[in-house]
Ligand binder design. Structure first.
Ligand SMILES: NC(=O)c1ccc[n+]([C@@H]2O[C@H](COP(=O)([O-])OP(=O)(O)OC[C@H]3O[C@@H](n4cnc5c(N)ncnc54)[C@H](OP(=O)(O)O)[C@@H]3O)[C@@H](O)[C@H]2O)c1
Length: 382
């Protein structure tokens, strides 16, 4: 029986993770749940899964949570520290990292430093400081299992050969809601337009990242750190049906791919049950859908995000952390309707132009770069 800590349990990935847990009552037990401020959802989850400990990062909401959970026998913790405490406690051997953005870095790192199995959906910390996370995993004997569908697909496909036989990978992108939108119309794209994802149902930040292709940009860097591949070997194709999640090419020229419906419960289940494959009763890809599969080159003119990723990734050091933080801030401003959609690209580009890259020698350096980029972006807009 695996005892799970679910960081970000109230989000899209957290909810899907709990649905997988529900399908395997003999395999998984929920030890702890962590949310930011969605008390209503968290209470519902606590009632159903009866975790021993619960964390709510936003302290201001703690009285509301305590009142709603009157009679609950477990322990309720508050503040950012609660996520770290629950991620690192020895009673959970498996941590699902599903907080959105840089906020997931410290708890995820804490879990790695305790040598746990860590299923990572929260890609932003890997982008910020993949080498530090990999080093922590190696040093403390932790296992990183990718949940991001494309990386889970690479992970699964790569099992067909040895790591040194992997030559190239292709991550697929749906293309987002603006795949066919002319550049001129992108200038007036609204928040509602950008939140209409054609194939995936996800949280707001990643949905905007899909509309800018920044999600794929972050995934290029995530893949570089997860699979030790040079940037020249990491490619992106637009595949609007979101059925083929990634392809890997081996040294002999063989290409192996993983296919499935666009349903995050499948990669989550694989990351939880790895190295086994179990029947969780999830919907299966109807084979006739193979007739509709198409692939296109990404349009780098309308969507410069992929080029930002190659640029920041190759620059190395603190550049990916700046890319990530500038994007998080720009997306947040777009979601508050303070900047137009296309300004997200400008703000990220300007932050990369202005940043003087430092070697990634410590967590403090990464956090300082993250802060710098956020201040920079806010300052451009104020
Ligand atoms: N959704 C997908 O299909 C998908 C696919 C691949 C990868 N991912 C990655 O998985 C991560 C989560 O995505 P999502 O779509 O599930 O996001 P989401 O629906 O917005 O959920 C985010 C979760 O993180 C919590 N959270 C937000 N800010 C926090 C903070 N400062 N401290 C602690 N917890 C915080 C939220 O709590 P409250 O609900 O209480 O605010 C919520 O539980 C992202 O990194 C995303 O890129 C998602």
């Amino acid at each position: 029986m695996k005892a799970l800590c679910i960081l970000g349990s109230t989000g899209s990935i957290g909810v899907s993770t709990l649905d997988v847990v529900r399908r395997f009552p003999d395999r998984f037990r929920v030890r702890s749940l962590v949310a930011h401020r969605n008390v209503e959802k968290l209470v519902e989850q606590v009632r159903e899964f009866q975790p021993a400990r619960v964390g709510l990062v936003d302290d201001a909401k703690l009285p509301e949570l305590k009142a709603a959970l009157k009679g609950y026998k477990g322990e309720i913790l508050g503040g950012a520290q609660s996520a770290i405490a629950l991620a690192e406690e020895p009673e959970s051997g498996y941590v699902v990292s599903a907080i959105v953005g840089a906020a997931g870095l410290l708890p995820t790192l804490a879990a790695l430093k305790k040598g746990k199995e860590v299923g990572i959906a929260n890609k932003e910390p890997l982008v910020m400081c993949g080498p530090l996370m990999r080093k922590a995993a190696d040093e403390f004997g932790a296992t990183i299992l990718p949940i991001d569908s494309e990386h889970c697909a690479v992970f699964q496909s790569a099992r067909a050969g040895a790591a040194k036989e992997l030559r190239k990978i292709v991550l697929t992108a749906s293309g987002g809601p603006f795949r066919k939108t002319p550049a001129e119309k992108l200038k007036t794209a609204t928040k509602a337009d950008a939140l209409k994802h054609p194939t995936w149902n996800m949280g707001a930040k990643i949905t905007i990242d899909s509309a800018t292709l920044m999600n794929k940009a972050l995934e290029i860097i995530e893949a570089h750190f997860l699979f030790d591949l040079p940037y020249e070997g990491i490619h992106v194709w637009v595949h609007p049906q979101s059925i083929v999640h990634a392809l890997v090419e081996f040294t002999d020229g063989s290409v192996v791919a993983q296919l499935g419906l666009p349903d995050m419960r499948l990669p989550i289940q694989y990351a939880l049950t790895y190295p086994e494959r179990l029947d969780g009763g999830l919907p299966v890809l109807p084979i006739e859908r193979m007739k509709e599969l198409t692939f296109e080159e990404p349009d780098h003119e309308r969507f410069p995000s992929l080029q930002f990723a190659y640029r920041a990734g190759k620059a190395g050091g603190t550049a990916p952390a700046v890319l990530n933080a500038a994007n998080e801030e720009a997306v947040s401003l777009f979601l508050q309707e303070k900047v137009p959609f296309v300004r997200i690209f400008d703000l990220v580009r300007e932050a990369l132009d202005k940043h003087s890259v430092q070697p990634m020698d410590s967590l403090e350096t990464v956090l300082a770069a993250d802060r710098w980029a956020r201040d920079f972006v806010r300052h451009q807009v104020d």
